[in-house]
Design a binder for this molecule. Structure first.
Ligand SMILES: Cc1ncc(COP(=O)(O)O)c(C=O)c1O
Length: 495
């Protein structure tokens, strides 16, 4: 397995992109992986919704800064000052990207999960929280210490607004309230009516936080224009996989809350008291919730991605993605055994995220075959949104077909689904290969046999467990490849 120069790789990714703009350059676009059936192919990364590849521009920016790396907010030296400026300028760049209001704060976190847990920890006393059951667990679960109302899955965007209005109208109008909603579903990719939900929340004296983990990489997010109070997103889904996320929005609840983490950086002054205790004066800025040494590279990478997407222009990014979505939808529509999951209906606007099940197939088996026989990386499972996927699958039987066992009887479905997702770096060839692979697998079946090892469905090579899973650590040094799954870590090194 190797990372081949673009010119050579072009032979396997030959299809010209007929649409509006070329994909943005991302790392890993020339990485090849072995197929269990023999030969190699360029890896088709179609799991952007989990983690998107780094934009080349982000990587270049980080590499250019790396020699100048220094401590943030602490050092007197030149590089410390430069790094501090870079960190604070990154904050400003994210604020501009999100269209923040003048007094909004931008807090750097580790991820969307971290951002929403931070907000949950900053809720005022007696806050009521309203959240749809359709949310990702990161949006569904952090509020357990509050009084939470879980709303049923709506079947149209209008119904979502009506359900929320009804629940808010019935609430105790005196205390504070927060609505948490996702901009784009990580399961169906469908867009939620954020502006209307924000209007409903505000009409009933509630605030609203937007989980933009799946929205921000695909669509412009404008805090002020959509009138949401906070936005949360993750760098690693926004082509900046360096460990940073963002919570941006209203300063008052954040300023009034205890620091998320107690420690240096969050405190302005600390002094012993006469009674032997310690007095702390906490910062009132975003630093209040950023105790410890900040991840300056992560923050800079997020800012770089924000600038790169803005400069590329969301209009053309959205147009290109729509073109890819159409290709996938049209291709899947020709395979009657495939059922695409949807809350709001087939024509609902969505980002480049689609989940589906295939009649007669165990989803893990199908995903494993896409990987091992076609070099396509998708995800299978319940996507950290168990209630939503259960609702969409409509109570299918639990385990109709073990991975690798004879296929389930036609008409049966597993309680797993397959998710394909893509974005700004995806060439047409990847989605074309995916559509062809789905068609061939459904028509001809898998060409290899598979078995479950450590809960994962992998090609059965007759070898021992480590060979079957590709977890051969020798490959980390480039010593070899695993034909079983194509999971050769040397590729990452070579890339
Ligand atoms: C809609 C949504 N919200 C939140 C998250 C959590 O993001 P992270 O794992 O980066 O914290 C995800 C991750 O898949 C997501 O899709």
């Amino acid at each position: 397995m190797s990372a081949r120069p673009a010119a050579t790789a072009a032979a396997t990714t030959a299809t010209a992109d007929p649409c509006c703009a070329a994909p943005l350059p991302v790392l890993g676009r020339d990485v090849t992986v072995p197929l269990v059936t023999g030969g190699e192919v360029t890896y088709a990364a179609l799991d952007y919704a989990a983690s998107a590849p780094a934009l080349q521009r982000v990587w270049d920016d980080v590499a250019a800064y790396a020699p100048y790396y220094g401590s943030v907010h602490r050092g007197a030296g030149y590089l410390s000052q430069l790094s501090t400026d870079l960190f604070e300028n990154s904050r400003a760049a994210v604020a501009a990207f999100l269209g923040c209001r003048e007094d909004d704060q931008v807090v750097f976190t580790r991820s969307t999960t971290d951002s929403l847990n931070l907000l949950a920890a900053a809720l005022p006393a007696d806050c009521q929280v309203f959240v749809f059951e359709t949310e990702h667990h990161a949006s569904l679960l952090p509020w357990r210490d509050a009084r939470v109302t879980y709303l049923d899955a709506p079947r149209t965007p209008d119904e979502a607004v009506r359900n929320l209005e009804r629940a808010l109208a019935a609430r105790d109008p005196h205390g504070p309230a927060l609505v948490c909603v996702t901009g784009a579903s990580n399961v169906t990719g469908e867009l939620w009516p954020v502006r209307e939900l924000a209007a409903a929340a505000h009409a009933h004296g509630a605030r609203i936080v937007l989980d933009a983990a799946q929205l921000a990489p695909h669509h412009p997010v404008d805090i002020a224009a959509s009138d949401v109070d906070w936005v949360a997103f993750s760098g690693h889904k926004l082509y900046a996989p360096f460990g940073s996320g963002v919570l941006a929005g209203r300063a008052d609840w954040l300023r009034a809350a205890e620091p998320y983490l107690a420690g240096g950086g969050a405190s302005r002054a600390v002094a012993r008291r006469a009674d032997g205790g310690v007095d702390v004066e906490w910062h009132e800025t975003a630093a209040r919730h950023e105790a410890g040494s900040p991840n300056v590279i992560g923050a800079y990478a997020v800012a770089s991605a924000c600038k790169a997407l803005t400069e590329a222009g969301f209009e053309s990014l959205v147009a290109r993605e729509r073109h890819l979505i159409e290709k996938v939808r049209a291709g899947l529509a020709e395979v009657p055994e495939v059922r695409v999951l949807s809350l709001f209906g087939d024509d609902a606007p969505r980002v480049g995220v689609l989940s589906f099940v295939v009649d007669g197939w165990n989803s893990s088996h199908f995903a494993a075959a896409l990987s091992a026989e076609y070099g396509i990386g998708v995800r299978d499972g319940l996507f950290c949104a168990h209630p939503l996927v259960r609702t969409l699958l409509g109570g299918a039987p639990d385990e109709p077909g073990e991975c690798g066992a004879p296929e389930a009887a036609p008409g049966e479905r597993s309680l797993n689904a397959i998710r394909v997702s893509f974005g700004a770096g995806t060439p047409d060839e990847h989605v074309e290969r995916f559509v062809r692979a789905v068609r061939e697998l459904v028509r001809d079946g898998a060409r290899w046999s598979y078995r479950t090892v450590d809960g994962r469905c992998v090609p059965d090579t007759g070898a021992d467990t480590s060979a079957a899973t590709g977890a051969d650590t020798s490959t980390a040094t480039g010593a070899g490849t695993s034909p079983a799954t194509g999971a050769d870590t040397a590729a990452a090194t070579a890339a």
